[in-house]
Design a protein around this ligand. Sequence first.
Ligand code: NDP
Length: 491
Amino acid sequence: MSNQPPVTTTDAGCPVASDEFSLAVGTNGPLLLQDTYLIEKLAHFVRERVPDRVYHVKGGGAFGYFEATADVTEWTKAGFLSKVGKRTPVLIRFSSVAGEEGYPDSDRDVRGWALRFYTEEGNYDLVGNNTPVFFVRDPMKFPDFIHSQERMPDTGLRSNNMQWDFWSLSPESAHQVTVLMSDRGTPRTWRHMNGFGSDTYMWENAGGKKFWVKYHFKTEQGIQNFTDAEAKAMRAEDLDCHRRDLWDAVAGGDYPSWRLEMQIMPYEDAADYRFNPFDVTKVWPHADYPPITVGRLVLDRNPENFFAQIVQAGFDVANFVPGIGPSPDRMVLARMLAYADSSRYRTGPNYAQLPVNQPLNEVHNYNKDGPMRYRHNGNQPVYAPNSYGGPKGDLQRYRDPSWFVEAAEIMRTAYESHRDDNDFIQPGMLYRQVMTQTDRDHLVDNIVGHLSQGVERPIQERAVNDYWAKVDPDLGAHVAHGLGMPKPNKP
Ligand code: NDP
């Protein structure tokens, strides 16, 4: 093999003279229009960015595999889960939600967990977070929620006031905010946190029997979090601590892994389960639906190119494989539109042709043309029906065209309440039954610290009296004390 480096070329492959000297008239210019390589280089440079994601901007990721470790054919016919020991290649992208590219990884935030299974039946994307619940249950409120976490329209600064105003007027956020304000809001690394599908999905077995399911990926590294003080100190030390940690661990052969545990609910249980099982602000308590271990996720390969494989990765909640589908969870239904729409905006209508987004199996359909298209079917028909052997849909896929939608009136309505539905029951369970005394102490300190930074008094009062005191009277009293406010009345 020659040690000579290759000769530089234009993007069209034509050899060029220099990457050092532009073509000038004399030593001090002017420069010449016919230096087309300089023009190509500068023109390409100013087009290096694609629009950022609107949220979940800062992230990192890795490749690896998922291995099925239990027989789940009783519940799903999904091919990649069909045999114990079967391995499926995966891509994962972790992220923070609110900050832009360059924001400190250690800041308090929820972390995104976008997982793609490259299955033989197409890409299956499971896009969740490191928490089992979410801030809102209706997609109508989603853009407002994100706006409240971003920057002020006038100052361009982030605002705790705006965040608490939205949260304290949205009681359904209390469960997620309790987790966010605990030390789980500042994970030490992406490796030391759990991942959740968060929303409820459907599994269907080969006999057509359906089940409602929730995905929990439990870290095999153990949970590790920063305290609030450690997270703030890390801002000064390393803005990219999470991205760096994942890269270093994988590069060093210390492959992180997670155990996939499923909660599985018989289809018929949903109607009168004590919580609305399609409300993403609620969990299914483990005692009701004990988690079943079904597989293991291992990350063992770093990307070769961060932009091509992580920035341009376009996950899509609507990417389901046979045996897995959505549930009536309104957030899932809206997300099935929004993700592909975001990729079409960011990287164009042919984003699915990028190598990182391509499925393993062949794609057959009648989509054509559009910017940057390179996959094509030669002279194959570009319309259906046709007489020339073009692809045909499989009606079996939709033999039950309603999937899950029971006959119902179409209307704008509040989420259907079930017997124990109440926005404060589950965060109260977390506070009283699950957290240690240290967890509770840190939660109070973190809430008081956050509410003390630029939050107006009436919003602080609402956060204490209409929010934390309802999660737990003792918690409300501690937060009130920390803010120098009178003890809240018993809710
Ligand atoms: P369980 O006692 O059966 O489970 C509690 C869960 O909470 C475990 O999954 C545990 O797993 C997790 N956990 C432990 N410490 C914390 C913490 N400081 N912050 C967040 N999660 C923590 O309880 P239930 O299933 O009856 O649920 C009780 C409450 O636990 C819920 O209201 C919810 O807030 C929380 N929870 C429940 C989950 C569920 O799917 N049922 C999942 C996660 C939390 P680990 O330490 O491995 O994360």
